[in-house]
Design a protein around this ligand. Structure first.
Ligand SMILES: [Zn+2]
Ligand SMILES: [Zn+2]
Length: 326
């Protein structure tokens, strides 16, 4: 099973679940229990009215889908390069010095935390203790979607609960104070959910932008993108061709196309800048350009290009294994 042993990532991933479980407990204990408890439930094991049971089932399903999506995002290999040699006549060829000089496809980046090259690496996310790459981007987006849905539903339920309490008081001046525990818990969860909605909606917006432009976060900083076609095609590369599997946290992405080029953005694209690449390697958690080298592919292995050697000046043949440098 894929798992990154990074204490910071493990701590944030765990914190995510402590917060979700706490919000779930508060909603069930202080909202659903209070509003929908009945002595004559349809099912003995679910002591709520039909409306309460439906709300409870919907809420738990959203939380469960969020949990499974998070678990899959944490434990799925985000995009280790499985092909160590480039196809015949492929150019330009780069190799990663940190990955024992393996071939580095144009859209791959070396993650410092995962310690390997990840295809279509978006960023290393400590909240999932993993990189976001092509193979787990669907799980990451589903996690964001289900978590924000659960947070919005929680906020609505807490707001309705507070409004209902106020409505049922004969007069505000004579109203008894609600239980301290319910006020503290409701307040904490409200703050938590507002933070989640703001934080997650920002991430979701970035992910939608990433799909629209076929450009990962790392590539956005490096002013490049993959081959652009329609939004639907970009979406299907991550979510798969069949719409039935899109909302389900199961693997359905397209196989990686390691030969897809990283195309430089137009000079005036989006940022109105000069087209110059920014050096944000540290901020993005990737190993910078000095750790890769352009190379000529040969049967003996992959070699750094000699100074002055022209691209394509030597014949390239398929390499059958991981090469060793000269
Ligand atoms: Zn690498
Ligand atoms: Zn990583």
């Amino acid at each position: 099973m894929w798992f990154i042993c990074d204490p910071f990532g493990i701590a944030l991933g765990t914190l995510t679940w402590v917060m979700v479980i706490f919000a779930d407990w508060v909603v069930c204990r202080h909202v659903i229990d209070v509003w929908f408890a009945t002595d004559v439930p349809r099912f003995d094991w679910l002591p709520y009215t039909d409306a309460g049971a439906t709300l409870f089932a919907f809420y738990q399903l959203t939380i469960a889908l969020s949990f499974i999506s998070h678990l899959r995002a944490v434990t799925t290999d985000p995009g280790t390069i499985s092909q160590h040699s480039p196809p015949d006549n492929f150019s330009p060829i780069k190799q990663c010095k940190l990955c024992r000089d393996s071939w580095k496809p144009p859209r791959a980046h070396h993650c410092k935390t995962c310690r390997r090259c990840i295809f279509r690496m978006d960023h290393h996310c400590p909240w999932i203790n993993n990189c976001v790459g092509q193979a787990n981007q669907k799980f990451f987006i589903l996690f964001l979607g289900y978590t924000s849905t659960a947070a919005v539903v929680t906020l609505i339920l807490l707001a309705c609960s507070a409004a209902s309490w106020l409505w049922n008081q004969p007069s505000l001046s004579e109203a008894p104070l609600p239980g301290t525990a319910s006020v503290i818990c409701g307040g904490l969860v409200s703050v938590e959910c507002i933070a989640v909605v703001l934080f997650v909606s920002d991430f979701l917006q970035e992910q939608i932008e990433s799909i629209t432009q076929n450009s990962t976060l790392v590539e956005t900083y490096q002013r490049s993108h993959g081959t652009r076609s329609s939004f639907t095609n970009h979406f299907k590369a991550i979510f798969g061709a069949s719409w039935l599997w899109w909302p389900v946290p199961c693997t359905s992405c397209m196989p990686p196309d390691y030969t897809e080029p990283a195309i430089p953005d137009e000079p005036d694209y989006a940022y109105g800048g000069s087209g110059q690449q920014l050096d944000d390697s540290d901020q993005l958690g990737i190993a910078g350009g000095e750790t890769e080298a352009s190379a000529q592919w040969s049967p003996e292995g992959i070699r750094p290009r000699r100074p002055g050697a022209e691209a394509g000046g030597e014949s390239r043949q398929r390499h059958t294994g991981r090469g060793s440098p000269e």
